[in-house]
Design a protein around this ligand. Structure first.
Ligand SMILES: [Zn+2]
Ligand SMILES: [Zn+2]
Length: 254
């Protein structure tokens, strides 16, 4: 299917090809390859990208503090931060930390609906391993329709579309809607306040499509996990088997 997003990407690619090389959004050096998007290869190198071997909380994907690592675990024992126990998703993973090239890519994605190949491949890589490996259907975290109209696109949907060209999963559109406009999270809001601010914001609208599926929920950034958890609650209440969350980036702490 030839969607509007694809068309937009093609036009954007063509524009981009004319202006390359461009300045790295992180350090200002020139970006040699379109593969890297808005950041240069050196900034990508300096950005912490998680590997499958990284010690992360099995559920929320937060990097384990050194203290936990030094405590010694039984072989195969899962690391759990326990702060995510209440979250409604099964597991969440990010490509890496919200810093450097990943942060610049997330910011660029709010301006133009283009996912650099480098980023798409990092997302693909996450899908090759447990727990995201078992996903059966992709769903993007929706923007409020008003905000989507202003921006012209939903960056989570653009990420979902880019991923779906690399994995044998389709994107289910219109299965999750944002019913209320939430303002930006205010500085100083704690985890509880953030959770409450997004509760009841999402509703699953087409339960027959998501029933029994392991949903791969896509968003750009995982901050406290409140949004992901609220989406997961709506999806599982509507019959999804489980919700696995994938984001481009996350902070070092939740
Ligand atoms: Zn750079
Ligand atoms: Zn956790």
């Amino acid at each position: 299917m030839f969607s509007l997003t694809n068309t937009t990407n093609l036009i954007y690619d063509a524009t981009l090809a004319l202006v390359y090389p461009q300045e790295c959004a992180v350090c200002g050096a020139s970006v040699e390859s379109r593969f890297d998007g808005v950041a240069c290869a050196r900034c990508w190198q300096a950005t912490r990208v998680f590997s499958n071997a990284d010690p992360l909380c099995w559920k929320c994907g937060v990097p384990a503090p050194v203290k936990v690592l030094s405590e010694g675990r039984h072989p195969g024992e899962q690391i759990r931060c326990r702060r995510c126990d209440e979250a409604s998703f099964t597991a969440a993973r990010a490509c890496g930390l919200y810093e450097g090239a990943l942060r610049a890519s997330v910011i660029a994605l709010k301006r133009g609906p283009h996912v650099p190949k480098n980023l798409a491949l990092l997302m693909w890589e996450l899908c090759q391993h447990e727990p995201l490996k078992r996903a059966t259907l992709i769903v993007a975290v929706p923007l409020h329709p008003e905000r989507e109209k202003q921006r012209g696109f939903n960056q989570a949907a653009v990420l979902a579309e880019a991923l779906s060209t690399l994995v044998p999963l389709s994107v289910a559109e219109g299965v999750l809607v944002r019913t209320r406009h939430t303002g930006r999270h205010r500085a100083g809001m704690d985890a509880q306040a953030r959770r409450e601010s997004v509760e009841d914001v999402f509703a699953a609208t087409r339960p027959r499509i998501i029933a029994g599926e392991s949903i791969l929920l896509i968003d750009d950034v995982f901050t406290t996990g409140a949004t992901a958890s609220a989406c997961a609650l709506a999806l599982t209440c509507a019959g999804a088997k489980e919700v696995l969350v994938m984001t481009v980036a996350r902070p070092l702490h939740s």
